[in-house]
Design a binder for this molecule. Structure first.
Ligand SMILES: Nc1ncnc2c1ncn2[C@@H]1O[C@H](COP(=O)(O)OP(=O)(O)OP(=O)(O)O)[C@@H](O)[C@H]1O
Ligand SMILES: [Mg+2]
Length: 223
């Protein structure tokens, strides 16, 4: 589902953000990515979501070889994955419903089909009663659930979440993690970067740790 082989990413100024990463994540797995600030977590997620290309090495995600992907195929690839950020990235002038519908609207889906899918997904994240509200009227947890609903609207095979609870208090963080575990239980591969070690410890999931761009352990096992 996600495969890295000898992957390196070097930014200008000779910053080696990722060094020789080998990683296999299977369909339906739930995996945490931990590591100090600057370790390369966001860089790794940018590689997975094709926001940037590796300097060398191989990367394959949901059957796409991202080394060779051409720009016109990237939108098709993105429909197979969902991406969530710490700061939600909702459009303030659109309602919850409209924010979640956006990825389908840009594909010119029928209004009835969009309404059905959006209502289903809002049910799943517990926000059906907030559909007509604007983001500023929502709590942080509700905003993040809206962003998760938007990321799930195409039923992606993989969901990558970069510090999805970074701006939330502990109770809301637990709520978001429960939601991500339910998404995983339905068959989606979920890969979550977080600084929150307590949260990781409690969940007892596969945990990949990186430091200075090196993958140093996988579920406590040194590599
Ligand atoms: N566009 C860029 N150009 C140059 N250097 C970059 C760029 N993006 C990231 N870096 C550098 O790459 C390294 C890894 O950054 P990255 O954002 O992946 O870390 P991170 O693990 O996500 O950190 P944090 O926990 O603070 O979010 C850092 O040294 C960072 O300064
Ligand atoms: Mg980061």
């Amino acid at each position: 589902m996600i495969s890295f082989q000898h992957l390196y990413k070097t930014y200008s100024g000779n910053v080696q953000a990722l060094r020789n990463i080998d990683l296999e994540i299977e369909q339906g797995e739930f995996v945490f990515l931990t590591g100090p600030s600057g370790a390369g977590k966001t860089t790794l997620f940018k590689m997975i979501s094709a926001f940037d290309k590796p300097t060398s090495g191989q990367i394959e995600v949901v059957g796409y070889n991202l080394n060779q992907i051409t720009p016109h195929r990237i939108p098709y690839f993105r429909r197979k994955i969902g991406v969530i950020f710490q700061d939600f990235k909702l459009l303030p002038e659109k309602t919850v419903f409209e924010n979640v519908a956006l990825p389908l609207e840009v594909r010119f889906e029928k209004k009835t089909s969009i309404a059905k899918k959006v209502t289903e997904i809002l049910d799943q994240v517990g926000l059906r009663n907030k559909a007509d509200q604007f983001p500023e009227m929502l709590s942080g947890g509700e905003q993040q659930r809206t962003a998760i609903a938007r990321a799930l609207i195409h039923q992606p095979g993989v969901l990558v979440a970069d510090e999805p609870t970074g701006n939330l208090d502990p109770d809301l963080s637990e709520e978001i993690m429960d939601l991500l575990e339910r998404v995983c239980a339905q068959g989606t591969t979920v890969f979550v970067a977080t600084h929150d070690h307590d949260l990781v410890r409690r969940r007892r999931k596969r945990t990949i740790h990186i430091q200075d761009g090196n993958l140093v352990s996988d579920t406590g096992r040194p590599l």
